[in-house]
Design a protein around this ligand. Sequence first.
Ligand SMILES: Cc1cc2nc3c(=O)[nH]c(=O)nc-3n(C[C@H](O)[C@H](O)[C@H](O)COP(=O)(O)O)c2cc1C
Length: 369
Amino acid sequence: MYKLLRPLLFLLDPEVSHTLSLGGLSMLNRVPGAASLLRRLTGNRVPVLPTEVMGLHFSNPIGLAAGLDKDATCPGPLSDLGFGFLELGTVTPQAQNGNERPRLFRLAAHQAIINRMGFNSTGVEAFIQNLEAAGPLPVPVGINLGKNATTPIDKALDDYVMGMKSVYSLADYITINISSPNTQDLRNLQGPENLKHLLAGLKQEQTILAKQHHRNVPLLIKIAPDLSTAEITALANSILEHKIDGVIATNTTITRPGLEAAPLAKESGGLSGQPLKDPSTAVIKALFNTLKGRVPIIGVGGISSAEDAWEKLLAGADLIQIYSAFIYQGPRVIRQIAVGLERKIRQLGCNTLTEAIHQARTNTVVSHL
Ligand SMILES: Cc1cc2nc3c(=O)[nH]c(=O)nc-3n(C[C@H](O)[C@H](O)[C@H](O)COP(=O)(O)O)c2cc1C
């Protein structure tokens, strides 16, 4: 189905086709029987690969990355497609338009995307209304928080705390986005002094909210791929020190690896898709070197096949997410990845994905000795 739709969607301006696709999906929600048909055609055909991470249960480890459903307009249909979890947002405290258009570019020959959306957001109040209207969802939902463009960077914590308070009761986990390249100075929050202040404040708020709600909602930090190994090690140590529950690696890159000949590569913004695959895997490896499995990692960046997903899992990821491959390949990529991972489990003679990852990581270490 998506194979037929894609050429038409790709004739349109990328942002127009994005809006139309999300609009179409959310309309399906209102057509009687459409949701169960969608589930039968796509979601139900995705093999079940039960995975436990951060005290949450996932029917498969393949999540939708943040930025596709920024305003929580169609979490129901997206979960019917077979994702093991969804990350919604980035949502900012107040509504904001984001950057001027055009701000989204397809580099189809490279299966890549450049975006400089700049946190276009309906604001947290409308986001919550949308999410509540969707009703209970069959998969865990992460909510990704940002700061408003007008909030000075030294007041960023206030925006994140406001976001946490607002979405806490609705989230299975919360992600603090400090790595979008399209909000001025945001990525400076990854530097040691800023990060220390930020993580201490976030942890304090999480502790208060957990007491109020009698429920601990895991707190994750989403990081950029453009950090040096020393910066990643410092960041990982800070995550350990402040008992942050998880880390998402990575967001889009401001570099343009292998894209020297692509005219659109000159557009400013964050690059995602296949060219990001190796840089993001390198970040996961460096993180895992310090975290050593004590803090879960969600691996994201350039995953477009089961092999890519497996590479991220071997590098240290516990779960994975996709965005660009979903745009280029449609929902069938979820099933393809899950089927490929199921095959890996069988090949290794294991019963679960977790067991297979553990065994393969151990074998890799032994074969390098
Ligand atoms: C158009 C677009 C918008 C995005 N918006 C967000 C966002 O709002 N928040 C966020 O944390 N990441 C955002 N991302 C980054 C993705 O979540 C993901 O980290 C990145 O695209 C790498 O994954 P991929 O190579 O599978 O696309 C966006 C990516 C794209 C392509």
